[in-house]
Design a protein around this ligand. Structure first.
Ligand code: UN1
Length: 499
């Protein structure tokens, strides 16, 4: 299918693809596929006011009824899975199966949120006073801004939107400037769900397209109490303090520098498969991508040899082809940053396998690269830095304590894992003296998390949690209630105040 046909199948009209200033290129071949109209920053106050007006209505709708909208969104996403997945592939360069997987992640979180819509409950608490009862209630908080990155152009929106809607909060979405088309296509799916739902307030789900001025309007507005932002640590370092300074609530999902420890007892066949998927899948452009391999010195050389062999046969090319496993990087800038990081790694004493630019057998105009393995003498500055590309740094270790220290000795704290058949090692890794990350796994790679768990990480990853578990609490305000059903007015802590 041609680029135009893919976009047409997802419902994008000529008018939406032309006449704007924002040029959209497909990473597959660098071709310009659209010129999208951006939101005028001067319109932002109106957008935010509309979200506030929607909030005043939506917060009164019972949560299970709000869940019905998300149920319909899930249904519409099921029907649109192939078409939307194809736009993800076209605009973000993901291989077909991963494009579809991303839409599946949207469907999964919708299912989760529908169930949640009947499970928004708080605690009842024993009161110290006779004839009193205490409880917690959860209330909608207000409009939620969702700032998303190119690498998960739709799933991250859905994690936030499905929860926010059920929690009673309208959403305003600012997608990456690199992926506005998937956002427009997703809004069409949302519109169909809204239409079937019937009486949702206008302004419940809005899309704004553009650059920093648009983002700043959301970040600085007191009428946007929640700002959920996914992207670089640099971006989060700007957004987080600004939102906090106006007493808003930031939910940040920033850089990762995810590691795998491979212990002597590990099932190496399984480890190799897990490493290859998590280090080169999505061309190394997941925030959960495996970037550091910390291998026991007794198995390190064997493991690197097996990996180099597996890497040599990985099909690189057009992500629309069923056999391709590694698609393009998002653009040539990403390729240049990868090359620069490999150069630095070499200068630091690293031995690099692969990592070259690929020009043969791939669509011309895209940024295709061989994934790289870099054996490093130690954890250098380059290893500590997240480069959004398929580079796997390899480090050796002798004791588990040392391996955990290396794993934790980076500024980021998103995802981590250990391959071991030794229960003492596995449990130590998961314990309070183990991994310091938001996600820690055993005998499974660091990427490809299910939506049922809370997703996010510590340190420079930003501390936010999205998706499953009780991440929904981040989208609501908690109220503590004390109810006195006695005929006396005893004070807490035994205080006497007789008048
Ligand atoms: C991201 O890269 O921003 O765990 C999110 C994973 C995916 C989500 C990644 N479910 O790899």
């Amino acid at each position: 299918m041609s680029h135009k046909d893919i976009l047409k199948a997802a419902g994008l009209t000529e008018a939406e693809l032309e006449g704007g200033m924002l040029a959209v290129h497909s990473p597959i071949d660098g071709a310009e596929v659209a010129r999208v109209r951006e939101t005028d920053p001067a319109e932002m106050p109106k957008v935010i006011a509309k979200a506030q007006a929607a909030f005043r209505e939506w917060r009164k709708v019972p949560a299970p009824r709000r869940g019905e909208l998300v149920r319909l969104l899930g249904e519409e996403l099921r029907a649109a899975k192939a078409e939307l997945g194809a736009v993800v592939t076209l605009e973000a360069g993901k291989i077909t199966s991963e494009g579809l997987g991303e839409v599946q992640e949207m469907i999964d979180i919708c299912d989760f949120a529908v169930g949640l819509s009947r499970q928004i409950y708080g605690l009842t608490i024993a009161s110290e006073r006779p004839g009193h009862r205490m409880m917690e209630t959860w209330h909608p908080l207000g409009p939620c801004a969702i700032i998303t990155a190119f690498n998960f152009p739709v799933a991250v929106w859905s994690w936030n939107t499905a929860l926010a809607l059920v929690c009673g909060d309208p959403v305003i979405w600012k997608p990456s400037e690199k992926t506005p088309l998937t956002a427009i296509a997703t809004m069409k799916v949302m519109q169909r769900a809204l239409k079937r739902f019937g009486d949702a307030p206008e302004g419940l789900c809005q899309l704004v397209i553009g650059g920093p001025a648009i983002g700043e309007a959301l970040v600085n507005s007191k009428d946007v109490p929640i700002v959920s932002a996914t992207g670089s640590t640099r971006m989060g370092g700007i957004v987080g303090p600004k939102v906090s300074a106006r007493w808003g609530r930031p939910i940040l999902e920033l850089g990762g520098n995810n590691a795998m420890i491979v212990a002597p007892s590990a099932d190496l066949d399984m480890a190799v498969r897990a490493i290859v998927f998590s280090a080169v899948g999505t061309a190394g452009q997941r925030c959960t991508t495996l970037r550091r391999l910390i291998a026991h010195n007794s198995i390190k050389d064997d493991l690197v040899a097996r990996l180099a062999k597996a890497y040599a046969s990985l099909p690189i090319g057009d992500p629309r082809k069923a056999t391709t496993l590694i698609g393009p990087l998002i653009d040539h800038g990403a390729r240049d940053r990868m090359q620069a990081a490999l150069e630095k790694a070499r200068a630091e004493g690293g031995k690099v396998h692969g990592g070259k630019t690929v020009a043969e057998g791939v669509p011309q105009g895209g940024a295709y690269v061989e994934p790289a393995i870099a054996e490093m003498p130690e954890q250098t500055d380059t290893v500590r830095t997240e480069t959004f590309a398929p580079i796997l740094y390899v480090l050796g270790y002798d004791t588990l304590e040392e391996a955990i220290a290396i794993q934790n000795d980076v500024p980021q704290g998103l995802s981590s894992c250990i391959f071991t058949l030794n229960v003492r090692e596995a449990e130590t890794f998961l314990s309070s003296v183990g991994s310091d990350c938001g996600i820690a796994n055993v005998n499974i790679g660091p990427s490809g998390a299910e939506i049922g768990g809370a997703f996010g990480g510590e340190k420079e990853t930003g501390g936010g949690r999205e998706s499953g578990s009780d991440a929904w609490k981040g989208y609501m305000r908690r109220q503590t209630n004390t109810i006195n059903y006695s005929d006396a007015l005893p004070l807490a802590q035994g205080v006497k105040f007789d008048i």
